[in-house]
Design a protein around this ligand. Structure first.
Ligand SMILES: Nc1ncnc2c1ncn2[C@@H]1O[C@H](COP(=O)(O)OP(=O)(O)O)[C@@H](O)[C@H]1O
Ligand SMILES: O=C(O)[C@H](O)[C@@H](O)[C@H](O)[C@H](O)COP(=O)(O)O
Length: 162
């Protein structure tokens, strides 16, 4: 699972990794119920209750991939430890946390076109984020290096794992 706050580079890295590894890819944003997308589009942060059905759909997608014996990559902000526990419940999930400075994130979100998530929600994303701790299965990467450099690192970690 490629995780981190909005604009950190999840889609960029996850699509590149899925292509390089030949694994299935699912964009977590596409699993949000329409009401969540409408709420974020209107500039309101999601609550735990809003996220619950979405986290379940993310978990179930991963579970189906594991049952099929298929290497798979999902993007999901996975902001809280409790969310990551739900997402990985009984599944061999590893989290790739992409870390990007607030300054770079603001710049990116203000210039990103065609996405429902407004830059105004960045402060709440950063406030909600509980960085994965060392007792979690996490690989930390920079969201400010060139994506090809990050992908080289990640391919070494994941090749042959599925
Ligand atoms: N490593 C990077 N360096 C510079 N820009 C990046 C990098 N990764 C992503 N971006 C840009 O930042 C924006 C957000 O990236 P995206 O992959 O959509 O993030 P997320 O899926 O986490 O919201 C996009 O315009 C993307 O091209
Ligand atoms: O839990 C949440 O508050 C949302 O899921 C959020 O974290 C996520 O980032 C959005 O789906 C925006 O999509 P991007 O992350 O692709 O900007």
């Amino acid at each position: 699972m490629v995780m981190g706050v909005s604009g950190t580079g999840k889609t960029t890295i996850a699509t590149g990794l899925a292509t390089r590894l030949g694994w299935h890819f699912q964009e977590g944003d596409a699993l949000h119920p329409p009401a969540n997308v409408a709420k974020m589009s209107a500039g309101h942060p999601l609550t735990d209750e809003d996220r619950a059905p979405w986290l379940k759909l993310c978990h179930d997608w991963l579970e189906a991939q594991v049952k099929a014996g298929q290497g798979a990559i999902l993007t999901c902000s996975a902001l809280k430890k409790s969310y990551r526990q739900l997402l990985s419940d009984n599944l061999p999930v590893e989290f790739v946390h992409i870390r990007t400075s607030p300054t770079a994130l603001t710049e990116r979100l203000e210039h990103r076109a065609g996405h429902f998530m407004p830059a105004s929600l960045l402060p709440s994303q950063l406030a909600t984020l509980e960085e994965p701790t060392d007792d979690e299965p996490v690989i930390r990467v920079s969201g400010e290096k060139h994506p090809d450099i990050v992908l080289d690192e990640l391919v070494k970690c994941f090749r042959g794992k599925a």
